[in-house]
Ligand binder design. Structure first.
Ligand code: CU
Length: 479
């Protein structure tokens, strides 16, 4: 995902302020949306701690029977606390988090807290499997400056695609004490994108291991023909005329890359994996690779009764041999309905949303080249007993990610957020915090990462879950 267009603090009804931080002084100016949405928000994990800044929750992964499609049958799924998507972990910067995780699945799993900076034994990597019937306590502290949208999902050896497809995924929101958009009173929505495939009986369908479809899934990553937002097919969001909402979007699909667009509306891209940018950027559409997150300010429309469609536009990430026949279709995700409520007042966006300090690239301990070919990283498949890269705490590294094949591979590094420096030699327009970046076919990019603390073994891999399961992953050891 690359931010395009011009940096803005205003579009049409969004008026700029003249001075920094002035937003703090103005009253919320957006009429709150009527609650006629059919889009549901996932429940929030209940914090049973009464100690300030301590979040203590229970999370159970177990088989369940759920109705995944309206009017459809109850089908067998895997669920976190009985729901798909799982409940949202909603925390604040500085919180100490304790998750008592219970594995009631008939197989090994883990919970990977995707994008968070935490000790290696709390990362939920395949090096820390949780056996069926056992409990694992994940303990970590949310560092200052990590406000953003994240997600959690299973990351066991070779079974991530299956377990996510069965329903195991949920969001995390880390909130800052001084979030300038929250201060404006802008209504907020969480949108978790997923896709799945169902058989004639409505059950989640997986191909025979010997079938052509299984081979295609291995090559492309598993894609489903049914697209869902928060587990719902084509839900609606209602907004008053001129109303603006903040959407936190998570791509929880195993492999599908979305190019999001809202014809007739407006979108300002204000944040990525690791939270807000310094400035918003108007975008006609925005790409979100699997596991990536985006934050948007979305204005629905001006005319009461108007109906807009939030869409996934075609994007060719495929090899020609296995490119799906319908790859160039536009797919509908949800409807935005402009209500008959009084028109919203203009929203004023502060000129600076957040300071994102660029990482120092002058003092670099190590420069590495990471070559991604089909199913391999630097020519090798993952071996949990091998260390591929060794690095040191207290250092900065620059990694050049090279995709040498004709299909995109989204790259993820565990435990440490990074900044993109350039893509095919073109400098990134502004620094932002990333933990996943899509590396398009036959392209390269450079990222910079700082290893301040937390020794141990960390995964880096392609986040097409089927590629990860097949071993398109390596191990970085820090000491
Ligand atoms: Cu891949």
């Amino acid at each position: 995902m690359r931010a395009r267009g011009v940096v803005v603090t205003a579009i049409v009804l969004l008026l700029p302020l003249t001075g920094p931080r002035a937003s703090v002084a103005i009253k919320p100016s957006v009429t709150r949306a009527a609650t006629s949405d059919t889009l549901r928000q996932p429940t929030t994990l209940r914090n049973r701690s009464t100690v300030p800044h301590v979040v203590d929750v229970d999370l159970t992964a177990a088989p369940a029977q759920l109705r995944l499609r309206p009017g459809g049958p109850l089908v067998r799924v895997y669920a976190y606390n009985g729901t798909v998507p799982g409940p949202t972990l909603d925390v604040r910067e500085g919180d100490s988090v304790v998750v008592h995780f219970h594995n009631e699945l008939p197989e090994v799993t883990t919970v990977h807290w995707h994008g968070l900076h935490l000790p290696a034994n709390a990362d939920g990597s395949p090096l820390f499997p949780v056996a069926p019937g056992s409990t694992y306590v994940y303990t970590f502290r949310i560092p200052p400056g990590y406000a953003g949208t994240y997600w959690y999902h299973p990351h066991p050896d070779a079974r991530s695609s299956y377990q996510v497809s069965m329903g195991l995924f949920g969001a995390m929101i880390v909130r800052a004490p001084d979030d300038p958009i929250a201060a404006l009173g802008v209504p907020e929505k969480l949108l978790i994108l997923s896709d799945n495939r169902f058989d004639a009986n409505g059950a989640i369908s997986f191909p025979d291991s010997e079938s052509i479809q299984a081979e295609v899934d291995l090559e492309n990553g598993r894609e489903g023909n049914v697209l869902m937002v928060n587990g719902q097919v084509m839900p609606t969001i209602s907004m008053p005329p001129g109303g603006v909402q903040r959407w936190r979007i998570v791509n929880a699909s195993a492999a599908r890359v979305y190019r999001l667009s809202l014809p007739g509306g407006q979108m300002i891209h204000v944040g990525s994996d690791g939270g807000l940018f310094a400035h918003g950027v108007t975008v006609p559409d925005i790409m979100i690779a699997n596991s990536e997150r985006v934050e948007l300010l979305v204005r629905g429309g001006l005319t009461p009764g108007q109906r807009l469609q939030f869409q996934d536009l075609p994007y060719d990430r495929y090899m020609p041999q296995t490119r799906p026949a319908d790859w160039d279709s536009t797919r509908a995700l949800l409807s935005v309905v402009v209500s008959h409520a009084p028109a919203a007042q203009p929203l004023r966006i502060p000129p600076v949303l957040r300071y994102v300090p660029p990482l120092d690239t002058m003092h670099v301990a190590e420069r590495r080249v990471i070559v991604m070919s089909q199913g391999l990283i630097n020519g090798r498949k993952m071996d949990m007993n091998r260390v591929d890269l060794r690095g040191h705490l207290g250092t900065t590294e620059i990694w050049e990610l090279q995709n040498v094949v004709g299909m995109d591979h989204p790259f993820h590094l565990h435990g440490f957020r990074f900044q993109v420096l350039d893509r095919d030699g073109v400098p990134e327009p502004f620094p932002s915090w990333k933990d996943l970046v899509n590396v398009p076919k036959h392209s390269s990019m450079r990222i910079v990462v700082r290893f301040d603390d937390y020794p141990g073994k960390w995964m880096y891999h392609c986040h097409i879950l089927d590629h990860e399961d097949e071993g398109m992953m390596g191990v970085l050891e820090l000491n």
